[in-house]
Design a protein around this ligand. Structure first.
Ligand code: DX5
Ligand code: ZN
Length: 217
């Protein structure tokens, strides 16, 4: 398994204190910054556009881990790549079929960016298994996407175990990221099941940012 990476989700950041919060992120052991893009259609919530990502990238110096919860990932991916995204993760459910999903993976990689594919809680990961070398990351959602602060769905760990087994057998470098309800306890369960990348929003930003991130490592 690769070294554990923590990707704090800016969805829960205190926007009344952006400078202070970004300063704490810079002082922390976070390597990535998780940027939740929602279009009000794929999920019932609306968040950030590419200009905000530009600002976060410049101010934080972190790797921009963009999670697209949008119905048209192919178009939106282009906007965020132009704005400086380093990793683009989109949802399997937003693709017409697996061929469309793989095509978008190839297109994102062809632009020199890492690519991830995400699955909502009700979507199995089995369809992705034969194609894991085509993605840098698989994101297992452990809540219904759309909002921060929800409870962790422990049964999602079965998907993590299935992915970890396949990745080890085939000696791949694909990362397994988990997103939703991650705190010190659930983070440990996720790592034990095989995750190497943890997204955490409310747990990190509703307390001491530096300490919360350290407690996940
Ligand atoms: C939810 C987002 C998450 C969210 C996680 O749709 O994808 O990244 O910020 O928030 P917590 O960690 O509070 O569950
Ligand atoms: Zn997310």
């Amino acid at each position: 398994m690769q070294k554990l990476i923590i990707s704090p989700s800016v969805l829960s950041l205190d926007y009344a204190d952006m400078n202070g919060q970004i300063e704490q992120l810079r002082a922390s052991h976070a390597k990535w910054l998780h940027f939740d893009v929602m279009d009000g259609h794929f999920v019932p919530n609306l968040t950030f556009g590419p200009d905000l990502l530009k600002g976060f990238k410049k101010a934080s110096g972190l790797i921009m881990d963009v999670h697209l919860m949008v119905s048209d990932p192919s178009t939106v991916a282009k906007w965020f790549i132009a704005a400086g995204a380093d990793i683009i993760t989109f949802h399997l459910e937003a693709c017409e079929n697996i061929a469309g999903c793989l095509k978008l993976c190839d297109e994102i990689r062809a632009q020199g960016k890492q690519v991830g594919v995400s699955v909502k809680p009700k979507t199995p990961v089995t369809e992705l298994l034969p194609y894991l070398e085509r993605m840098d990351l698989v994101l297992v959602m452990s809540v219904e996407p759309g909002f921060g602060g929800q409870s962790f769905m422990a049964d999602m760990l079965d998907k993590v175990q299935i992915l970890r087994k396949e990745i080890e057998i085939r000696k791949l470098t694909t990362r397994i990221q988990i997103d939703g309800g991650i705190n010190q306890e659930t983070g440990k369960l996720a790592v034990a099941a095989g995750c190497d990348t943890l997204v955490a929003g409310s747990y990190v930003f509703r307390s001491d940012i530096v300490k919360a991130i350290d407690s996940l490592l």
